[in-house]
Design a protein around this ligand. Sequence first.
Ligand code: UDX
Length: 439
Amino acid sequence: MAYRLTMVGTGYLGATTSACMAELGFEVLSLDVDAEKVRRLQAGDLPIYEPGLEEILRRNLANGRLRFTTSYEEAAAFGDVHFLCLGTPQKPGEYAADVSYLESAIESLAPHLNRECLIVGKSTVPVGTAQHLADKLARLAPIGSGAELAWNPEFLREGFAVKDTLHPDRIVLGVASDRAEKIMREVYASMIEAGTPMVITDYPTAELVKVAANAFLATKISFINAMAEVCEAAHADVKQLSLALSFDDRIGGRYLNPGLGFGGGCLPKDIRAFMARAGELGADQALTFLREVDAINMRRRARMVDLARELAGGSFQGCTLAVLGAAFKPNSDDIRDSPALDVAVKIGQQGGQVTIYDPVAQENARRAHPELSYGSSALEAARDAHVVLLLTEWQEFIDLDPEQLGTVVAARKIVDGRNALDAETWRAAGWHYRALGRP
Ligand code: UDX
C-alpha cells in the first residue's frame, strides 16, 4: 500500500524529511503552525541553507507530491503515517530539553484522528518521552488503539541532510506492536532493500540510541581537544597525533579534528539534556564525564580568545580582527551555539574591532549581532586587520592564497581555529601562523 505521509513541523528535520520522502514517491502533506513558513515553503522558498534540498523541494511541489498546510484537521484526514519533526530546545537556564512542541502537536493532532494511523516521532527526546506521548495519544484520539506511536530517531547532519535522509547509516525503530513495525518496513522499503541495517527495539532504547550517538561524537571531539590542551603544554602537535591515531581502525579518523570544538543546535544541547534526564532517573553518576566533555569544549573557545589576544599584543584595545566564519560548521547557515560567533562576540566585548565574513551565515549573524561589523568577502573583512582568525573551515577559506591575503593584511598574523590550513605554506609566505594544539 502506498501510504500517505504527513510531517508535523517544517524546521530543519521536517523540511528535509518532507522533500526527501516526496522524492521517494510518497504523497506528503507537511504542517507547520507558522503560516509564513508554510507560505514560503509552498512557494518553493527554503528558509534554511542546505545543499541540494531546495531543488528537491521545488521538484516535488511541481509534481504535486508535496504540499504544505497549517491545518491539523487536514493533516489528520490525509495521513496514514504522521511524522513528528519538532524541535526540543534546551530550556532557558536549565540543562533539560523542552518537549512542549511535541506535547502540543499531539494535543492538536490526536482529537482529529478518526482513521487508523501511525504517529512516528523523529525528534531527539529525553528517554521516557515516547511512552508519555503514547499515553496522551491513547487518551485523546477518537480512533483509540487505531492510532499508535512509534519512535524513529533521525541522525541527519546539517550540510549532508539530503544524503543522510535518503541513504541513512541505519534505521532505528522503537515500536510497541508488530503492526507498527510492518507499516514502517513498508515506508522504508527502498532503504531496507538497499541494505540499510535496521534495529527494531522498544521506545526507551530507540530514544537512547540517538542521545548516546551524539554523546559519543561529542566525547570523541572533546577527547581530541583535551589532547590538544596537553599538546600545547608539551609543545607537541595534535594534528599529527590525531592523524596517527586515525590509522587505528578501532579509533578511526572521523570526529577527531581538533580545533574550536562542537556547536550547533544538537550536540551541545543534547549532551546537557542527556545529563539532566539521567539525573531524574537516578543515573547521573553514569554521565558525569559528559560534564567534562562540555567543559573541555567550552574551554576551546576561551583558549581561542586568549590566543587571539596574545597575537594582538596582549590587549584587544585598538586592535582590528577579521573573523572568517560565523556558522557553527561549514556548509550551513546555522549560527545556533556557533563557536565562531561566540568567539567573535567575546572579542568584541573585550574591546576588539571585529569584522566577520561568512559566505552563507552572514545575514543570520548580522541579525543576531548587529553590534559587530561585517565584510562582503574574506579579503574585505581582513583589510588592514592586525590578526585574522579562521573559525569555520569553509572551503573558500582553506583555498585562500596567503600571498593575496597578505596584500591586505600587512601584519600577516593568523590563528587557524580549525586546523584547516597548511601551516608550512602560510609560514613560507611570511605569516605568523598559530593553531590550537600545535607548537
Ligand atoms: C550532529 C550529529 O552528527 C547528527 O548525527 C545529529 O543528528 C545532529 O547532531 P550536526 O549538528 O549537523 O549533526 O553537526 P556535525 O557535523 O556532527 O558537527 C557538530 C559540531 O562538531 C560542529 O560544530 C563541528 O564543527 C564540530 N566538529 C565535528 C569538530 O569540532 N571536530 C570534528 O572532528 C567533527
